[in-house]
Design a protein around this ligand. Structure first.
Ligand SMILES: [Fe+2]
Length: 386
């Protein structure tokens, strides 16, 4: 009887152990799922590498109960890992701290492509920094290639990392790597796009030697107005692109008309008036520039009516076009032309004032004039860094 009882107790203990193990495994799985849900919810909405890095590190430190974390991105060409973000660390200069592939734990993880846990580290940390007692590093892999490393650390004796945290951090890293790679590609494409726009603006300006740098100055003045009226960053960006591209249609205007030293004949003036519509023809089919087209098309409309190409009036003229009209005319007045000398800034502002209501949106003239001294003065001579 006693033997049977003992067997029964043993079985019961075994069952309890198995149940404990299953509960632990389930709770780990649950935590992994929560983490997955948590990050896939938030990662998808971010497109900026630095925002993404901050979020990834925050989640990495939170879910592993670590004291701090660092995200490194690999510079393949140089064979080094650079710090892209830190969490819970304020003693490290990210510019100065570069890790070679294969060196230190972080570099080793990048080299082998697998996680490493180091508990019980006898390391005082970096100069002026806090000590590190345990370290967990996992690779960031996109399409099977290492693109960086996430490292989290404990700074307190006795705290360690286990395979549970390693698994959690690896789950996070696999999601993070895809999001980071997408954001990097997006930023690269955007940079390329902007440099093409820049080159296009320079081409337009080069066609008319008297207006060197015109597009950049118009862009700057336009952005000053847009920011001063409290426009959204997206709208300021629209004004920026429209400023750079507003005269792109001049590419289709004959050189003889564009560079004519004297005043234009009626016929030549009519030809010149085609440039906003030619601009639409050149760029209108580019999806990424759809929001820029109305400003480009209507930058020669007049607030009181009678402008071109459509003779729009007042607020029927798109806001970005009303802004550019002021920026464009102001720059034209304050630069030398073959047939007249440049007006002084103050004279040009007076001219804008005289023509508000008929040619320009009065409220925007007021904003430009009010912000002139604070934002615009001086910048013009500095080459305007756009
Ligand atoms: Fe124009």
């Amino acid at each position: 009887m006693d033997n049977r009882r003992n067997d029964f107790v043993k079985d019961l203990d075994k069952c309890r152990e198995e149940l404990d193990a299953t509960v632990t495994e389930l709770s780990n799985k649950y935590e992994e799922l929560v983490l997955l849900y948590d990050i896939s919810e938030s990662l998808g909405s971010l497109q900026n590498v630095s925002q993404l890095t901050d979020l990834i590190l925050k989640k990495a430190v939170e879910h592993t109960n670590a004291d701090n974390g660092i995200l490194f991105l690999l510079d393949k060409g140089k064979g080094v890992l650079n710090i892209k973000g830190m969490y819970g660390i304020d003693w490290l200069d990210p510019e100065k701290y570069v890790v070679r592939i294969g060196h230190w734990t972080v570099g080793k993880v990048a080299a082998i492509g697998n996680p490493i846990i180091q508990n019980d580290i006898q390391f005082a940390g970096i100069e002026n920094g806090k000590p590190i007692t345990a370290l967990l590093c996992v690779p960031l892999k996109a399409k099977d290639e290492v693109i960086g490393v996430i490292s989290v650390a404990h700074g307190e004796k006795g705290k360690i990392f286990t395979s549970v945290e390693q698994k959690l951090l690896s789950t996070l890293a696999s999601q993070a790597a895809v999001a980071l790679e997408n954001a990097r590609l997006y930023e690269e494409t955007k940079k390329m796009f902007l440099s093409i726009i820049d080159a296009l603006a320079a081409t337009i300006d080069a066609k008319d030697p008297y207006t060197h740098g015109h597009s950049k100055r118009v862009t700057y003045y336009g952005m000053v107005i847009a920011e001063a009226i409290g426009a959204t960053p997206e709208f300021v960006e629209t004004v920026k692109l429209a400023g750079l591209l507003h005269d792109v249609g001049k590419i289709g205007i004959p050189e003889s008309v564009l560079s004519k030293a004297g005043s234009l004949t009626d016929e030549e003036y009519k030809t010149m008036m085609d440039h906003p519509v030619i601009g639409v023809r050149i760029l209108g089919h580019i999806n990424a520039l759809k929001h820029v087209i109305p400003a480009m098309k209507h930058h020669h409309e007049r607030y009181g009516g009678g402008g071109y190409p459509d003779g729009l009036k007042g607020e029927d003229i798109p806001l970005a076009a009303r802004i550019l009209s002021i920026a464009d005319t102001f720059d034209a007045m304050t630069t030398d032309r073959p047939y007249r000398k440049a007006l002084s800034n103050e004279e040009a502002l007076r001219e804008l004032g005289k023509n508000q209501g008929s040619q320009f949106d009065p409220e925007l003239v007021r904003v430009f004039t009010a912000n002139w001294k604070r934002k615009v003065m001086g910048k013009k001579d500095l080459g305007i860094g756009i």
